[in-house]
Design a protein around this ligand. Sequence first.
Ligand SMILES: *Cc1c(COP(=O)(O)O)cnc(C)c1O
Length: 393
Amino acid sequence: MGKKIIYMDHAATTYTAKEVVEAMLPYFSEQFGNPSSVYSIGQSNKSVIDLARKQVASAINAQPDEIFFTNGGTESDNWALKGVAFANERKGKHIITTAIEHHAILHSCEWLASRGFEITYLPVDKYGMVSPEAVEKAIRPDTILISVMYANNEVGTIQPIAEIGKIARDHGIYFHTDAVQAVGHVPIDVVAENIDLLSLSGHKFYGPKGTGALYIRKGTRIQNFIHGGAQEKKRRAGTENVPGIVGLGAAVERAIKMMPVETKRLASLSDELTRELLKIPATHLNGHPTKRLPNNTNIIFEYIEGESILLFLNMKGICASTGSACNSASLEPSHVLTAMGISHEIAHGSIRLTVGERTTEDDVKYVITALTETVAKLRAMSPLTPKELRNVQ
Ligand SMILES: *Cc1c(COP(=O)(O)O)cnc(C)c1O
């Protein structure tokens, strides 16, 4: 019998919901046909892909023929950036993005820079917020693409996407948003928000890993990224991941249905975590106080290391993160916190707790107690802790 695990890292990944797995199962075995085949077990899989396309489209107010299935958020981000860059390079080679994007965006931009594109990385304020005025000021005659994430994966800050979308549209510049953290968690409307391209990923909303989609507004000039067969209207080659696509569709429909009730519940759990943890001295909330993902709590504990906190929490069965899973092998502080103007020393003391569907009130209370004890213990051991904070519970 294993010890109870309290999972507070839903921004890193979620488990696949039971009903989503059940919807997928037939497509691994009985319904295994290739959708490109002429016989009926292949053809019927074409119609379940079309259903999933409708489910994804309706979640963001897109048309089904504007949805292209990919193998996840990273591929969608790569396709959007590189595909738009090379399809529009005759107009210009300038791209605007932000300093706080996911590495799928930042590293794609670095690669594009090595191919002669020029990238402007917009700064953010202390809440991790991009200013629409700064976006507008950065626009040049050769700007071809603006890419701003919908919500940040570390600190949860939700960007003024509709305002940025309007600016991009008014200037005739394509607007992409990495909405991997937002889809299924906050309402999105690609028409109202003037979004031309949007990345989403199944495993961030209780769908399977390795599934995702790129929304491409009709008429957008974009090159193909994966070359091969004629799948996805000749836009994205490769035999379709039928079970994955079915799971993605089922998961997004389920998430949208649950959102109104679940958002309130998650926000109240998150708010309790934030409120109680901020009672510990020398702590700060990272990210915007209100314009943030409902399930995200990100706190700095001064004088101690986030990595040490995680190890102690792990011994108590709690899964959390420093908010920068990708950086955990290096000692670099998070590029997001650094961009928010947080100094290297204190950025190292940050912890991200992201609650989810199975998180209970008891879990939250347990984590508050465990973290309060852990912080006190680590501060008592840390040579950096000022005298007045030692032995403070
Ligand atoms: C998780 C994540 C990605 C990557 O998505 P994968 O499906 O894991 O490739 C991209 N952007 C953001 C903001 C994410 O949180």
